[in-house]
Design a protein around this ligand. Structure first.
Ligand code: PLP
Length: 420
């Protein structure tokens, strides 16, 4: 960062306010050193579905920015939009007419609510004696670790098979009377691979255990990629053993951030999520999720983007994603990389037999790319957006020169794969 564009930082509240134009200029300048996602050089944290979607997100968000989803009686508009978003989600994910769900603030929130619901269901319906546990593949998202920490649950993480998918037999063996949930991902984040959900569903039915499908990063892309002709295995409520799902609107739903969905097979299960407290001088408070105040903008923007794109729009946007992934797969194979598994959606990871990918990552970073890594096995990792279809050439030529740099003996490398 040069002295010139260094932001003026302050640690006390200014005695007097500033003009908005001045603040706006300052905020723009603070963004100068951020990842260059608008140029397509970022493949983590953000989704770039194009200017048309961005405009709808922005305008639809600000229209209901001040309204509060905590008060459906005051804002029937938000209640209607949330109900319609959930209905659209369930129609995509094969929920029956008895299925239900809620909008949450994000994937971690959806997963936490699903875990809480499964726990309360187990407390009510099963004789939990010891500490409750969750059986999940090692590749499942750390949101489950976070939920387990908050609710004092044991996590039984089961190593994935050599093909990097969930080991159903080992997971089945790990289940006991205190297991409140079995988890499969569709897909998992590290490899972008869909776990064998049908097989997990059979175990869930046999052993009468709640199966949660974490489709945070797949729920709003997999149905459309299937419509586009890909052979996507069953991963949703079409599998009878699935009790709940998480699917993030703010990922491949291309909605504004702060929006995910948590979905339940039926209304009886969903009831265990609801908080109902009548022990407060303010009166009775009933909320579906963890939040009190619920940002109206996140709900209205989700409703608007889904209706703006429709099935046709999502199919087109996602076709750009899978085309980009296929182009990149072919290009990286030609450079000597190995694709981890056979990804079908928007995430792809690739390792190299002889080169240090953490050094290649550093070279790509120096060329302006902000992407990610997996640690086991060490691999480069991309979460692609529609916009990436227009920059695959630049990515592959930068990757080629990065590979050459590392081959020529440049050992400068990042030390770890880290999200923080
Ligand atoms: C992103 C993601 C999550 C967590 O979602 P947040 O919105 O970041 O809280 C959970 N599971 C998977 C598979 C994800 O990709």
């Amino acid at each position: 960062m040069t002295e010139e564009n260094k932001p003026t930082t302050t640690n006390v509240m200014p005695a007097e306010g500033s003009d908005w134009p001045k603040l706006k200029t300052e905020m723009l300048s603070r963004g100068q050193n951020d990842a260059k996602w608008r140029e397509g050089k970022t493949a983590v944290y953000v989704f770039n579905a194009g200017e048309d979607v961005a405009q709808v997100q922005k305008e639809a968000y600000t229209m209901y920015m001040s309204e509060n989803g905590l008060g459906p009686a005051a804002f029937p508009s938000l209640k209607e939009m949330e109900d319609e978003v959930i209905a659209m989600a369930l129609s995509l994910l094969h929920g029956s007419t008895d299925a239900g769900g809620s909008i949450t603030s994000g994937g971690t929130d959806s997963i936490t609510m699903a875990v809480k619901t499964a726990r309360d269901y187990a407390r009510s319906e099963k004789n939990l004696t010891g500490k409750a546990n969750i059986v999940l593949p090692y590749s499942a998202h750390p949101a489950f670790d976070k939920a387990a920490m908050m609710m004092d649950l044991e996590l039984r993480k089961i190593a994935v098979k050599s093909d990097l998918s969930a080991d159903v037999v080992a997971m089945s063996d790990a289940i006991d009377n205190n297991t409140i949930m079995l988890v499969g991902s569709a897909p998992n984040f590290p490899y972008g691979l869909i776990d064998p959900i049908s097989e997990l569903g059979k175990v869930a039915e046999e052993k009468e255990v709640w199966l949660h499908v974490d489709a945070c990063v797949g729920g709003y892309i997999a149905p459309f990629v299937r419509m586009n002709g890909a052979d996507i295995p069953d991963f949703d409520f079409s599998v009878p053993g699935v009790s709940s799902m998480s699917a993030d609107l703010h990922k491949y739903g291309y909605c504004a951030k702060g929006a995910s969905t948590v979905l339940f097979r039926n209304k009886v299960l969903k009831q265990y999520m609801v908080f109902d407290c009548d022990d407060w001088p303010g009166g009775r408070m009933v909320t579906p999720t963890l939040a009190g105040t619920r940002p109206g903008g996140a709900i209205s923007a989700a409703w608007a983007v889904m209706n703006f794109l429709g099935i046709k729009g999502y199919r087109e946007k996602h076709k750009l994603v899978t085309d980009a992934r296929e182009t990149i797969e072919a290009g990286v194979k030609a450079l000597g990389f190995n694709i981890l598994g056979e990804p079908q959606l928007g995430i792809v990871a690739f390792s190299h037999d002889s080169l240090n990918v953490f050094a290649i990552y550093k070279q790509m970073f120096k060329r302006g790319w902000f992407t990610s890594l997996t640690s086991e096995p060490k691999a480069l990792h991309l979460m692609l957006s529609p916009f990436h279809a227009s920059v695959t050439d630049i990515y592959l030529s930068d990757l080629k020169s990065s590979v050459e740099q590392v081959k020529s003996g440049d050992t400068d490398a990042v030390t770890e794969s880290r999200y923080s």
